[in-house]
Design a protein. Sequence first.
Length: 161
Amino acid sequence: MRSLQSGFVFSELVIAIGVIAILAGFATVNLLGTQHKSELSGVVDTLLADVRQQQTQAMAGAAAGSGGATSYGIYFEPSRYTLFSGPSFDPGNPENQVINLPATAQFTNVTVPNGSVAFAEGSGAFTNFATGQDSLTVREENSGQQKTLRFNALGVVISIE
């Protein structure tokens, strides 16, 4: 009687490992793309929350009892933005709050006047609004994806493309 031996031939084993490696490569590429999308969405969501916060503070104005400047705004630089109080951005103001973007994200095509969005006391309107100078773009460098935010005269983000 012959004994039956079962097992894999070396070539079958190499083919199986190769197929698994190819599938793992596809999964890794897809997961990295999702990570970049979520990073860009996170930056935009945080920026939108900060825009709403600054506008709300300007609308509240002196009612908050601060006694100081009651206009608020956001100043944009390529790798960060600064939340400020007052009618315009003052880099020497110690109350400024700087928010750094992730290393792979940056602002491009900032067309708002003087690189800032300022909200008027009481109304929260975009004080330095100018037609055609009402947008900014956030770009994620690794994936090349970007989102453009457009403001209206009332200081509201009217589109995210």
